[in-house]
Each structure stands twice: as structure tokens, then as C-alpha cells.
Write a protein that binds this ligand. Structure first.
Ligand code: FAD
Length: 492
């Protein structure tokens, strides 16, 4: 039986393990942490439970597909529900808007609250669906680095529709052209942050993202986001995959341009070398080259690309419940363009940042003590370049408390009974993500899709790459898709 080593038990690594075990490989997953999931993990604090990273679950079919692939009933492992209300939006001038899952209801709410015609919202969402349909077949399910992708029927459809895909203008330009109300421009510009980009630079092609939330839906795993990880680890173990925790891979062994194994250390032993036929790295691709293969040729142009945004996250136990808040809530800044300039040009966080608050105890009450809520408060931040984070975090904490207190009419600072903080430095140290970026290379230009590493090495045989730092991109759905694409090329 051919043996595969997977470096990292992030969602990309676990999905790969399932697919390769199903193909008949003997699969071992080496994970540096004592737990699986990487960014998609959770922790407990003083009676509260927090999902540590991702909070929005889209395209659940990609998770379900993994259970179905191996002939298992997904419901025996994993359950989720569709959200009736996607997000609750708040502005400083007391405007409030709920993004309902039902498109007509959402469009009417937009018209009632902001005067932007409902039909424009519906047209925008239809166009988003069209863009997604064209690009899903072309970019998201295949390797961009194989000729067959470019000569397929799907590619032909893509070429014919090129002018309609929004490649040549920015997301903000497209949205300003379509919508009169600046709040609605801001609302749809926000989707650039779903892969850590700047709406004033990223191409309008990324207007495909709202399609996922509005036309397909936003979902919630009944046992929290971490249950995506837990259920897939269970599935992998049921298929015979072995997980080795606290086992940090230090080198990918290469002989005559072909992978021969890995060297790793665990808590009881250092420098263990083991032979493998195939190695798949779910570690961010930049440190995979720089740290695990220092003597191989590096694709510097790709590795040195500017990174996507990162985040500062405050996990707050709040000793009160807020009826006006839902699972997902956004408190918008007054000057969105300045917010992104501050992040991507000045590489810091502005004084009035947009604040995202996720509260899982709204749907899963046992995530917080009675009468309380577990707030996951995320502020977009630049990738780590050695900024004075302690000062940035202290200033941001104060600004966020003041902003949310102003809008909710309640002193939030007095309600925080416990706190944990995650920032670009700790994201980097906990998951090895280059500069703590949440989504690998940034997508702030129209060539971004081509500036991500392929899912395989063209120089070293039997070496593959999966996860949010490589093709097709970051976020749970794309990290799962990266595994599907890589596994197409890994043969027994
Ligand atoms: P990662 O989660 O990056 O895990 C990589 C794993 O490899 C880690 O467990 C790490 O310990 C391990 N590893 C690294 N180096 C080694 C080594 N040398 N040896 C052994 N193990 C190693 N996505 C969404 O879809 N929706 C969201 O709402 C969302 N919000 C986010 C919010 C935050 C705060 C963060 C941090 C991320 C968010 N994302 C979101 C992005 C999403 O979490 C990631 O894109 C996705 O989880 C990345 O998965 P991955 O497979 O690349 O692995």
C-alpha cells in the first residue's frame, strides 16, 4: 500500500486525508498542535465556548460530499441548519438593516430602509449567480496549472463571457455604478473581505461571493463551526487515517527531485525520519518552502506576493443578552475607503473600524452561561509586518468598545466578564500562516488567481499542496476544494 504523509490537520489536510484513504492510500496526518482544525478549532473560557476562527459556513455541500464519497450518511456525523437571517447591519446614524435569506424580503427591506430599488438588489444577485456559474467550472474545481483546464468546454464558456466577469474594473467601481445609496455600496463592498481583499482594488469578479450567501444560503453547524473539523476527523479515523498530534514536521525529504519522506519531532522524540511515497503539505505554502525545503528552488515571485488581510479578534464573555443582535452582526465604519487605505497602505487599523460580532449562543445557548452571550469580535487588520501590535490592539479595543456602546446604547466595557485575544502574530504562531494572513496571498489585483501556488509541485515529484494559501484560495469552501483538485492528480 502506498504511504502518504499529510503535513497539518487543517480543513484542507483533513479533506485530503479522507479522499486519499478512500482511494486506497495508507494516510498519516502530522499536526504540530495538540488538536485538529488549525484555524477551524474552538476553545472554552470561564463557562463560555468560542469558535476560534471561521464563523460563516457556506457551501455545506462540499462537506456533505466527503461523507457521500465514502458511502456514509452525513447526518450520522454532522448536522447544520440554514439561517433565515444572514446578517444584521448597523450604522452610526441609527440605520439598521437585516439581510434576510429570502431574496425578495431582503430586497424589500433594502428599499424600505435606504430607498435603493428592490429590483436592483435582485438584478445584482442574479448577476452574482451568473458570474459564479461561469467561474466555478473554470477556476474553482480544476487546476489552473494544467492545459486540460484551459481547453475544456467550461473554459470556452469562460472566454465567451470574459467581459461580463468584471475582471477589468474594481468591485467598488462596479457597485458604485449600480447602486445610488452609499450604504448599499458599502454592504456589497464588504464581500471583498471574505478573502481578505480591498474592495477598492480587487476586481469586480469577486461580486460572485454574495451569490453564496444569498442565493445558496448561510448555514450554521448545530454543534458549532468546530463540528465541521470534528466530524471530518471522525470520518477520516473511521477510514483508517492516523493522526499524530504535537508532531511538527521540520523537513520534507527529497531525493533526485522526488519526495522520499519527512523528518519531524514530537514531545518524546526529536528528528524522526520516515519514508513516504507522497507528501501533501497543508502548511501555508510560504513556510513550507522556506522552512521545510530551504535547499530546494523556491517560487519566489509567488511566495513574495502581498498577503491578504489578517484580523484582531476579541473573544468576550458578555454578561447580558441583546435582542437586537443575531448570529452575524456588522457595525460599519463611516469611511470605508479610509478604513481599507489604513489597512493596506498604512498597514495599521483605523480609529473607526468596521466591527463584526458573531454570537453562536444565539443558536446554541449552551455556548454561554444563562443570561449571557459569547461575543467573537473581529476587526480586519493588516498582515503582520512587525507593527507595534500591543499598541494597535489596545487602541482598537477602546475604539471598538466605544463604537459598539454608542450604537447599542449600553456600556459594553462594563459587561465583559472574560476575554481572550487573537492577533496576526498569534495566528501566525498557532497555524504557521505567513504573516498571520487569513487567506494566503491577497486578491487585490486581476491576476491574483494566477499568483497562487498550484496544488502540486512541478519540480518535485509526488509533492502536493492544499489549504487556504494555494489554489483556488482561502476560506473553508476553497480549502476543501483545494483537496479535491490535488487528489485528482495523486494516483495509487
Ligand atoms: P489551517 O487552518 O491554516 O491549518 C493548517 C494546519 O497545519 C494547522 O493546524 C497547523 O498547526 C498545521 N501545521 C502547520 N505547519 C506544520 C508543521 N510544520 N507540522 C505539522 N503541522 C503543521 N473562512 C470561512 O470560510 N469563513 C469564515 O467566516 C472565516 N473566518 C475566519 C476568521 C478567522 C479569525 C480566521 C483565522 C480564519 C477565517 N476563515 C474563514 C479562513 C479559514 O479559517 C481558513 O481559510 C481555513 O480554515 C484554512 O484551512 P487550511 O486547510 O489552509 O489550514
Amino acid at each position: 500500500m502506498k504511504k502518504v504523509a499529510i503535513i497539518g490537520a487543517g480543513i484542507g489536510g483533513i479533506s485530503t486525508a479522507i479522499r486519499l484513504a478512500h482511494k486506497g492510500f495508507e494516510v498519516s496526518v502530522f499536526e504540530a498542535n495538540s488538536y485538529a482544525g488549525g484555524k477551524l478549532s474552538s476553545f472554552d473560557l470561564n463557562g463560555y465556548r468560542f469558535d476560534a476562527g471561521p464563523s460563516l459556513f457556506t457551501l455545506p455541500n462540499l462537506v456533505v460530499e466527503l461523507f457521500e464519497l465514502v458511502g456514509k450518511n452525513p447526518k450520522e456525523y454532522f448536522e447544520y441548519t440554514k439561517l433565515p437571517d444572514i446578517c444584521h447591519y448597523f450604522w452610526e446614524d441609527a440605520t439598521k438593516l437585516t439581510a434576510w435569506a429570502e431574496n425578495e424580503r431582503f430586497a424589500k427591506e433594502v428599499e424600505d430602509v435606504t430607498g435603493e430599488p428592490a429590483q436592483k438588489i435582485l438584478d445584482f444577485l442574479k448577476d452574482s449567480a451568473f458570474k459564479y456559474e461561469v467561474l466555478d467550472g473554470l477556476f474553482l474545481q480544476d487546476s489552473l496549472h494544467k492545459l486540460s483546464t484551459w481547453t475544456s468546454a467550461k473554459a470556452l464558456k469562460g472566454y465567451l463571457n470574459l467581459p461580463k466577469l468584471g475582471i477589468f474594473g474594481t468591485m467598488n467601481d462596479a457597485n458604485e455604478k449600480l447602486f445610488k445609496n452609499p450604504k448599499i455600496v458599502q454592504l456589497f463592498n464588504r464581500y471583498a473581505t471574505y478573502n481578505g481583499s480591498d474592495p477598492y482594488q480587487t476586481p469586480a469578479t469577486l461580486n460572485i461571493i454574495p451569490h453564496l450567501e444569498y442565493n445558496i444560503g448561510a448555514f450554521f453547524p448545530k454543534k458549532g463551526m468546530v463540528s465541521i473539523t470534528n466530524s471530518l476527523v471522525k470520518l477520516a479515523e473511521d477510514l483508517g487515517v492516523q493522526f499524530f498530534y504535537e508532531s511538527k514536521v521540520e523537513e520534507i525529504l527529497v531525493e533526485k527531485d522526488k519526495v522520499s519522506g519527512i523528518r519531524y519531532s514530537n514531545i518524546s522524540e526529536k528528528n524522526i525520519s520516515k519514508a513516504y511515497d507522497v507528501v501533501v503539505s497543508n502548511m501555508d505554502v510560504t513556510p513550507t518552502y522556506r522552512k521545510l525545503m530551504p535547499n530546494q528552488k523556491h517560487p519566489d515571485r509567488l511566495l513574495n506576493q502581498p498577503k491578504s488581510s489578517s484580523g484582531v479578534i476579541f473573544y468576550w464573555g458578555i454578561k447580558k443578552q441583546f435582542a437586537e443582535l443575531g448570529l452575524h452582526n456588522i457595525f460599519f465604519s463611516d469611511d470605508y475607503q479610509q478604513e481599507f487605505n489604513t489597512m493596506f497602505q498604512e498597514k495599521t487599523i483605523c480609529q473607526d473600524p468596521t466591527v463584526y460580532i458573531n454570537i453562536t449562543s444565539k443558536l446554541k445557548p449552551d455556548d454561554a452561561p444563562e443570561g449571557c452571550e459569547n461575543w467573537f469580535v473581529l476587526i480586519n487588520a493588516p498582515a503582520n509586518e512587525g507593527q507595534n501590535w500591543d499598541k494597535i490592539i489596545a487602541d482598537t479595543r477602546q475604539n471598538v468598545i466605544q463604537k459598539v456602546s454608542r450604537i447599542l446604547g449600553e456600556n459594553i466595557g462594563d459587561l465583559i466578564e472574560c476575554e481572550e485575544i487573537l492577533d496576526p502574530r498569534t495566528i501566525e504562531s498557532k497555524t504557521s500562516s505567513a504573516q498571520g494572513a487569513l487567506y494566503g496571498n491577497s486578491s487585490n489585483n486581476r491576476y491574483a488567481a494566477f499568483l497562487r501556488h498550484a496544488n502540486f509541485s512541478s519540480k518535485i515529484k509526488n509533492l502536493y499542496f492544499v489549504g487556504g494559501s494555494v489554489h483556488p484560495g482561502g476560506g473553508i469552501p476553497l480549502a476543501i476544494s483545494s483537496a479535491k483538485i490535488a487528489c485528482k492528480y495523486i494516483e495509487i
